[in-house]
Ligand binder design. Sequence first.
Ligand SMILES: Cc1cc2nc3c(=O)[nH]c(=O)nc-3n(C[C@H](O)[C@H](O)[C@H](O)COP(=O)(O)OP(=O)(O)OC[C@H]3O[C@@H](n4cnc5c(N)ncnc54)[C@H](O)[C@@H]3O)c2cc1C
Length: 401
Amino acid sequence: MIGTCTALHLQQRGYDVVLVDRREPGQETSLGNAGLIQREAVEPYPFPRQWGKLLQAALGLGVDVHYHLSALPSLVRPLWRYFVDSGPARYPRQVQAYARLIEHCLDEHRPLIEQAGAAEAVRPVGYLDVYRTGRVWEAAARDAERLALAFGLRCTVLDAAGLAQAEPALRHPLAGAVHWQDPWSVRDPAELVSAYARLFVQRGGRLVRGDATALTPHGRGWRLPLPDGAIEAPVAVVALGPWSDTLLQRLGYRLPLFVKRGYHQHYTGGGVLQRPALDAERGFVLVPMRRGLRLTTGAEFAHRDAPATPVQVRRAEAAARELMDLGRALDEPPWLGARPCTPDMLPIMGAAPRHPGLWFNFGHSHQGFTLGPVAGRLLAEMIAGEPPFVDPAPYRPERWG
Ligand SMILES: Cc1cc2nc3c(=O)[nH]c(=O)nc-3n(C[C@H](O)[C@H](O)[C@H](O)COP(=O)(O)OP(=O)(O)OC[C@H]3O[C@@H](n4cnc5c(N)ncnc54)[C@H](O)[C@@H]3O)c2cc1C
């Protein structure tokens, strides 16, 4: 999503753009997500600070968090920074910087969706945070109203009866929900990225298969050897999502990137949800999609390429079956992807500190699908030397040295 949108925005500014991907665009993290364009997500996910939550995660008891012991040594440094940046001294500043990107997500997706002829794939139905316990729901409702007021968001608080009316398929005796009305739900996230990529090609862009990690400085620009001949260009953008550091390490950058892996599984033949629903007390999402009801999981702290351990899918499925008739799982292994994360919860967007002509656009963590067109426009404006529509200072790569 991020690379394709950056390509579109550069092309719009008159650049001759080649989009290089080792697969078709939209076949990795941007395929498997929950497909939410999250206008309400003005607060990036902080590191939990409640002892109960930390203990549950440490003991491996929850649905929302899972970790591999073997990954912890390499995660200590980024997770410590993540913990510090989630604290009361710094988090409010991170929220302001994040919200300034999120607030443009609908306005930036809208024209691309129209131009790509993809309107049919997008449903402006919002989504529900569903609560099982009265006390938790009441606190969440107060918090949602605070956020809505502070950031101009639309939300409705539903009690148990209101929720039953809105989502008859939910059968558990639930406490209530918060209905965020602004977000959009995409029926097939990969298809939206493909539609954007087709628009790029229709407008004269070149889509090329190749391994971007072979990129090297060349004269005053960049060179990428490909099977059908090398590409040379004065400007290169790294938008490899969770694979970005593979290339950057070769170029001598040591950014404290890490991944939060996540899974999905589809179900069919069960109850029908009208809109996506997050089980806010268990930490998984159910989304009606083209292939069926998609269940997506929370965060797994593990090496990006470690074998899949879909513990959270099993636990989330059991919890989801308490909520509704899920039907049967489609006969396919759970999909596994990796959210590209940074310790300060902000993406890395801007000029590479030590390489003229190299630009970074990655680390959009939980909301890269939402932020694609915003990130694409901001980076293209910076490259073209136009006044940026959002102050890019908080996202600059130099913050990590
Ligand atoms: C379970 C889950 C649920 C999520 N739900 C949401 C949601 O509802 N809303 C939301 O906004 N975000 C969501 N996210 C986060 C979102 O999916 C990511 O932030 C986003 O997809 C990142 O986009 P990207 O373009 O940076 O990375 P990717 O989509 O992974 O794209 C990276 C591209 O780089 C290519 N590539 C990799 N290596 C090479 C190489 N060596 N050479 C050439 N090309 C290469 C890949 O083929 C790929 O096309 C979710 C994530 C997960 C895991």
